[in-house]
Unconditional design. Sequence first.
Length: 299
Amino acid sequence: MRIAIASGKGGTGKTTVAVSLALSVATREKVSLLDCDVEEPNAALFLHEQIGSADKHGFNPNADTAQVFVKVPKVDNDKCTKCGRCSSVCEFNAIALTKTGPMIFPELCHSCGGCALFCPTQAITEADRAVGKIHRFVHENLTFIEGLLNVGEAMSTPVICKVKKMVATDGLVIVDCPPGTACPMVAAVRDVDFAILVTEPTPFGLHDLTLAVETVRELSVPFGVIVNRADDAELCVREYCQKEKIPLLLEIPDSRAVAEGYSRGVPILASMPELAGAYEKMLVQIGVLAQAACCGGNQ
Ligand code: SF4
Ligand code: SF4
């Protein structure tokens, strides 16, 4: 089973939930935690005990590291007739025809292969371009895989897709998604069995939750909501979930102990151990909801 932890905006506690859920499952069975927030991965900050720490250059001796490459076109000027077909075919303005021949903008290229396909003289071949890295750690029942987009790269989806491909087939998989509802979030959520949308009980939180709900509904992924830093005085998210018939999976109370732990890289379950039982119950509920969606359609 694959569970995505997503949110319509950053700062809701999505990573905190993903890490603590993975650690609670790892006490009894295999689990993979994927950090797909590749522009700013930070789940590792809460896993010192399991994976060790990186040095100031980002090197962690416990990691298996792999590069992520994408294909970009390469033009053989001897074969090129400067017909301009490649430039007109490209939907992403990644090739411009100049007096000296086609000029390629690799950062804009989506690796669709269209230009090579339509070049009448086969002047275009494809070359690898590194866009990011993957770090993989194994500690007892926990496999942790994080993707890191190279600085300056615009497209994170190739790195996210690579992280998801590296996961083992056995055990629960927890995907810490990029925040928001744009392409990176969609790439992380699209093929999971269930999505947990983490929000906070504020009008901003509710606004971005509604966007995330629209997105997962569009993707036909069953989902439920966790309210982080829950406050009994602020009922807007509860009322919204009730009105939309969205399962409210868990409310994590606003707690100074959790905030202090967070600032030191302590997972939420260490600061609030009483949540372990609530996570157990939530996983059972998610199994039932995912099964129901699978058999009878989505929310
Ligand atoms: S389509 Fe091929 S031949 Fe035409 S400009 Fe592009 S590379 Fe050159
Ligand atoms: S591979 Fe696709 S996106 Fe990249 S330059 Fe060619 S046509 Fe454009």
